[in-house]
Write a protein that binds this ligand. Structure first.
Ligand code: AMP
Length: 198
């Protein structure tokens, strides 16, 4: 009997995988097709990955949020931390759907209350990121969300801020990863997930 039950369960999982894996691959391809390359923005030599066509399409916007949600559901997460500014668009929707808190990490001078600061370097320039001192509390389990991982400087600074606050950074998630810039190295040992790789 046990064998029959196990066989049925394995087959059901396999059937779901057969049904949903191609659907996910199709969605990822549709999202990839919607990302608009804008050359020489904001500086000469930078190819900016514009995600506004995804945001303005109701199906694609939902699909992009669902990718993050699939990685988060069933895990014990206390907070989503989103990076200024496009990380807010994805991160807040994910936090809303999971029914957990959202914490913004912003560029220096934008947050009104007491902050902790971390320096970082961008693909195009240098800056500082800040998080409210009461945004993440000690022992909280956190997932970091942003639209794009490039050199990894921004998200590495975010990881520093989360850890300074005593948070446990479970994973960093990105819609897009520019793999050739090897940003995930900067985040080690934090696990990194990205959905559209270039
Ligand atoms: P980095 O710190 O180099 O990983 O840069 C990541 C941050 O800068 C993210 O918040 C992105 O929104 C933004 N960013 C960097 N490079 C690009 C790019 N080529 N296209 C769009 N956004 C980018």
């Amino acid at each position: 009997m046990l064998f029959v039950e196990r066989f049925a369960a394995t087959n059901t999982i396999f059937l779901f995988w057969c049904l949903f894996a191609p659907m996910t691959a199709k969605i990822v391809e549709k999202l990839r097709a919607a990302v608009r390359d804008v050359p020489d923005f904001p500086k000469t030599g930078i190819v900016f990955k514009d995600i506004t066509p995804i945001l303005s399409d109701p199906l694609l916007f939902r699909a992009s949020i669902d990718l993050f949600l699939e990685r988060c559901r069933g895990r014990n997460i206390d907070k989503i931390v989103g990076i200024d500014a496009r990380g807010f668009l994805f991160g807040s929707a994910v936090a809303y759907e999971l029914g957990i808190g959202f914490v913004p990490i912003r560029k220096r001078g934008k947050l009104p209350y007491r902050t902790e600061t971390a320096k970082y370097s961008l693909e195009y320039g240098e800056a500082e990121m800040e998080m409210h001192t009461d945004g993440v509390t000690s022992g909280e389990r956190v997932v970091l969300v942003d639209d794009l991982l490039a050199t990894g400087g921004t998200s590495a600074a975010a990881a520093v801020l989360i850890r300074k606050a005593g948070g446990h950074l479970l994973e960093a998630q990105f819609l897009i990863e520019l793999e050739f810039l090897r940003g995930r190295k900067q985040l080690e040992p934090t696990p990194v997930t990205s959905f559209l790789k270039y």
